[in-house]
Design a protein around this ligand. Structure first.
Ligand code: C2O
Ligand code: CU
Length: 485
């Protein structure tokens, strides 16, 4: 049962949940048919450390010949020979040690997207560490302080290297989690540009300046590295999906069947203060979602998970098609009469905004040169924002472009305060926020660890075309105002 230190909410939830929702579900007992997720389950990294609080894994980047498009081999870039890389599993507070080796023809690094690591482990070349040269190794070691689905990817030539296949998921679980369905899946959504006759990968600069301005999307959409895999399921039985969008430009706009519901229970950095039900689910590049679903079979047509074109700005929905992501195969097990999806609550304390520094950030585009820039007010050189250790800042981010920008900050979580002036609820911790075209969002963030932390658009072509800078969090020198002994 729950720890006493948890709030009344968790207890109330636990009781409600066990009475109404989880009554038919024995803890940690699957309701799905045997082998239900075989066709799309991620390989897992092997933990070589016997200490239960330490997860120690080997990770090797190399070029591997894989059949992504059925019948055609492609030389994709992989971690441990797979696309995506292996799922790394840990629990809150664990020590994670990753022995990384670079067998690629180019330098690379590993960035732990969303994890509150020390700056030395952030994987940014020449800020955190020198790039890992071909044939060299680097050991990443950090503690995972937050539950949630995180991910890892290179931070050298990111648009090219992520586009070629380098990404994987890191799942950090909370042993006190109140959601206890046994039937869980981690879904890594991505796309890749492949010539389906020769198997050659698209060039990272295909389409020239227009390609850069729009952000390059692959022509093949993948779920855990596969094209439209099959998932066996039991009608009406609850499943929990943790989903990450690792595509370098594509937004996913997920729809299950004829708009069956998703209960969104968590986002990038853990559970929301309360869950919300949605009939579609949008994930910008870099974002994660934690959802509950209870898929229902429809005798008239096969149940599918699809992604619909999402309007992320100029030219993003014209001539676009709906893509099939997962095909559901009903089992003969008796159906579970689900009345409604569970409601999940989780104590989340809003940030204290007392004494916060205010900053205006303008995201600008220059079409003739196919470049982007960031202007801050006060005006700091190249947008590099100074912050004192422990400082809270409120950023008003105005996107002047006709395309949305998913802005990612390394090392810290945002609390979204409002979007186009409307307060945002429920509260959840975000490291990647999609700022729609020609609109404004306000976020708060507290900088509690020193270092030079990147922020950038996670449409990786945009980042490389100028939508990228740093927040420089300094420890105040002795005697400086604000320093306490
Ligand atoms: Cu996921 Cu700097 O990126
Ligand atoms: Cu962008």
């Amino acid at each position: 049962m729950r720890q006493l230190s948890r709030s009344f909410f968790s207890l109330a939830l636990c009781i409600t949940a066990s009475l109404i929702v989880f009554a038919p579900l024995a803890r940690a007992e699957s309701l799905q048919p045997a082998g239900w997720d075989e066709a799309l389950k991620l390989p897992e990294a092997r933990d070589t450390n016997p200490d239960p609080r330490t997860v120690e894994v080997n990770l090797e980047a190399s070029v591997s010949s894989l059949e992504i498009v059925p019948g055609v081999k492609s030389d994709v870039w992989t971690y441990n020979g797979g696309l995506p890389g292996p799922l790394i599993r840990a629990h809150v507070g664990d020590r994670v040690i990753v022995h990384f080796t670079n067998k690629l023809p180019k330098p690379t690094t590993v960035h732990w997207h969303g994890v509150r690591v020390p700056i030395e482990m952030d994987g940014v070349p020449d800020i955190s560490q020198p790039p890992v040269e071909p044939g060299s190794a680097f050991t990443y070691e950090f503690t995972v302080p937050d539950a949630g689905l995180f991910w890892y990817h290179p931070h050298v030539m990111s648009a090219a290297q992520v586009g070629f296949g380098l990404y994987g998921a890191l799942l950090v679980e909370d042993p006190n989690d109140t959601v206890t369905t046994a039937d869980e899946l981690v879904l890594v959504l991505s796309d890749i540009g492949i010539d389906d006759k020769t198997g050659a990968l698209y060039s990272p600069d295909s389409g020239g300046g227009l390609g850069t301005l729009f952000g390059r999307e692959g022509n093949i959409v993948l779920v855990n590295g596969r094209v439209n895999p099959t998932l066996k399921f039991r009608d009406g039985a609850l499943q929990r999906w943790r989903i990450v969008n690792t595509a370098k430009s594509r937004y996913f706009n997920l729809v299950l069947g004829e708009s069956q519901r998703f209960a969104l229970i968590g986002v990038d950095g853990g559970l929301l203060e309360y869950s919300i039900e949605q009939d579609h689910l949008v994930l910008a590049p870099g974002e994660r979602a934690d959802v509950l679903i209870a898929p229902r079979h429809d005798a008239a047509q096969p149940l599918m998970l699809r992604t619909f074109p999402f309007d992320r700005g100029f030219g993003s929905i014209e001539f676009r098609s709906v893509e099939d992501l997962v095909t559901f195969e009903p089992s003969t097990l008796p159906s579970v009469p689900t009345a409604s999806l569970p409601r999940v609550q989780h104590p989340v304390t809003a940030m204290s905004l007392a004494g916060a520094t205010k900053l205006q950030m303008d995201l600008l585009v220059d079409k003739p040169t196919a470049s982007f820039s960031i202007k801050t007010t006060p005006d700091y050189k190249h947008g590099a924002i100074p912050a004192a250790l422990g400082e809270t800042q409120i950023w008003t981010i105005t996107n002047h472009a006709v395309w949305a920008h998913p802005i990612h900050l390394h090392g810290f979580f945002f609390e979204v305060l409002d979007e186009s002036g409307a307060p945002v609820h429920p509260i959840g911790w975000k490291d990647t926020i999609s700022v729609p075209a020609e609109s404004t969002m306000r976020v708060a963030v507290r900088f509690d660890r020193p270092g030079s932390w990147m922020y950038h658009c996670h449409i990786l072509d945009h980042a490389e075309a100028g939508l990228m800078s740093t927040v420089d969090v300094a420890v105040p020198a002795p005697g400086e105002s604000g320093h306490h002994h």
